[in-house]
Ligand binder design. Sequence first.
Ligand code: PAF
Length: 281
Amino acid sequence: MEIIHDVKTLRWYIKQIKLKERTIGFVPTMGALHDGHLRLVQKSILQNDITVSSIFVNPSQFNNRNDFKNYPRETESDISKLEMINCGAVFVPSSDDMYGEQDALNFDFGYLEEIMEGKFRPGHFKGVGLIVAKLFNLVKPDRAYFGKKDLQQIAVIRKLTAELLFDVEIVPVNTVREKDGLAMSSRNKLLSKEDRVHAGALYMALNKAREKLIGGENVNSVKKYVTSLFNADSKIKLEYFEVVQTSNLRNILNIDKNMDVSLCIAGYLGNVRLIDNISLN
Ligand code: PAF
């Protein structure tokens, strides 16, 4: 596996691949890799000639300094994991490589950054958009792979891709879960042993909500039900539970059987913020 630390070398490497007319699959990450990430890489390896991954904890997408500081960093073991599954190359840049003195670009994703993650993490998607645009420009992938756990991120990246005319197919990949249903996430590593026991509750709540909606209960009453699960005694402090149309993330009040609907949830367990979603259909 090629381990590339700077933009100049990455540009040269990508140019060689393009000259040979090989397809590139790209898996951008912030490291602390888990099986969910590895699934993205494996899918890319199946669908492309060369798979490039990146590891970069992107400062511009953190709206909280401590969150950025505490984000798990395990670059050495991440590189070994990628090597073991035969990833073609990994790009591990520094902040100076990715950002100049002050970036003038400011993306505005409109509605997509006013709801759910955007509402609770102001500026987050501007930062995601900025780094993904830079990485797409460098890697020039034919396909890029993103986990469905970050459903809203996929919607933002699809918009970015459409508006900037990137010639890349965005490939969403199913969420990988722990035995108790907890969606795999790098942040899970920050959970204390005691808190970890409670973390499956978010997925459980999503499933109970799905059962109720399928049984014909209306959206508002299901929302009240989910809120009641995370009352003052609960270890998890609920931030939001939303029922949205998957294609545009608009809130739904009445469910139409032909609609593609997603149930999205976020909450804090101790200091760790967890998010998840499932599809109703
Ligand atoms: O999903 C992530 O890990 C990050 O948001 C991404 C897409 C790598 C951009 O920093």
